[in-house]
Design a protein around this ligand. Sequence first.
Ligand code: GLU
Length: 549
Amino acid sequence: MTNKELADLMYPNVSKTISDYEKMYPERNLPEGAVVSRYAPSPTGFVHVGNMLACFIENFVPNQTEGAFYLRIEDTDQKREIEGGIDNIVDAIKTIGLDYKEGVISKDKEVGDYGPYIQSKRIDIYHTFAKYMIENDLAYPCFCTQEEIDASREEQKLNKTRIGYYGEYAVCRNLTNEERAEKIKAGCPYTIRLKSRGNFNNKVKFHDLVKGDVMFPENDQDIILIKSDGIPLYHFAHVVDDHLMRTTHVLRGEDWLPSVPVHLELFNMFGFKLPEYAHLGLMMIVDKEGTKRKISKRKDKDFAVKHFHEIGMPEAAMQEYLITIANTSFEGWRDNNLDKSIYDYKFDFSKIGSNPLFDYSKMLNISRNYISKLSATAVYEKLAYWAMEYDLDFYNLISKYKEYTINILNIEREQAKPRKDFACYSEIKSYIWYMFDELFNSCDKKYEWQNISNIDEIKNIMNVYISKYYDFNDDKDTWFSKMKDLATELGYAANVKDYKNNPDDYKGSIVDISMVIRVCLTTKSMTPDLYDIMKLLGVDRIKNRISIL
Ligand code: GLU
């Protein structure tokens, strides 16, 4: 029986050939040097910052070379798949603000000429390639049961030989086609295995864009290409998909590095051009306690990309941080190119650190810096967008008082050294809530009184102030000099120096007076500029806040 006859028996319904697919998915028409890269996750749930770093780089490089980036979903391991897994991935990509145009766009939508982009929809394609391998004696059906495989492993362990399906252990390799056909006709389940040509004693050398020159023994394992249910395993799907989707650069986790000899063998068997490989080190994190470690699915919900969406982390800040850890020379470039877009930075594979480190507090700092440079209107819009999804009451409030909110957000903003309070949009409410009567009046107020905590003294200071010294129309200098007058009238030093020199002569100083006013109006001992706050609150709110002390 010829291999062709065996292949027809195994795949009676496969009518296409590899060259049909080559025609359907021609070389991409892109400029010389354009990079085609992809993010190829399995929809297994927890999408964390490590995944997003890889995705970000895979998107960044094509972007710089007029290339292409696409999202492929690798859902061949259905046991690990979870409900909503694809949406999680798509949402994560959107959370970091990547606008991609090819591949899986949502659970039910794909865009692009190289699809289907979900592996479970590509089964016919894999079978065509598997059929070709059978026809050309590059693969064979294997009828070993799990028990037989396990027994062979035990024997290998006992004999202290390499574990796997190779050489004398690859028993189905030596069946005749007649024997194979007989078993197939009898309905025996079978997998499809690579008929490896490799020799373990030879070395294969290849160049990895991150790891440099790497050397491994040649593959000699007859690995499973297609499981008994007809679904391919990663190695086979990787080669078929990345070839047909015309990927030029495969960037993936370094756990795949030892598999490269298998991939090289497969690419060579088909005579396909090899992609460039870049294997990324496992991301480490520095958690909020400052501990450096691997990401744990159980403990590190804060490192799930979903979390960054929930807290309203600006996309641009996340991207700035991701490129910072993606390329060790970015920060130096940034210092000399303060106002440039990150996309002006030339990505360098050789500057990918061996274990990228995600430092949560560093990202928050980058974000504070980023938000501080936005206009008040821009912050308002982002805040409203966030609140619409996560805090509808607050959204309604700031929509009702839009101009007022923008003015609040503009305190110590739009100037050379803006305040850097907010690291994400969800934090803003906790900084500005007291400006809104709706929130101020209804909350359980915890006044942060400092040196002066006697409520009669506090009330006296506030009453004298509002009746004798406060004028809404005063400019800042006049406002401040009147506060000094108030201090003097009530027995407090008008400046700190006087108080320090003669503490016994005073009840306190101007600092204590302004603190009382600040805490009375906001409950907080630390706020942005008090003059600006009072200007925005206006006389009625100020009087009300004194009356409810
Ligand atoms: N689905 C594989 C994984 O999640 C992708 C590896 C690759 O990018 O090729 O590890």
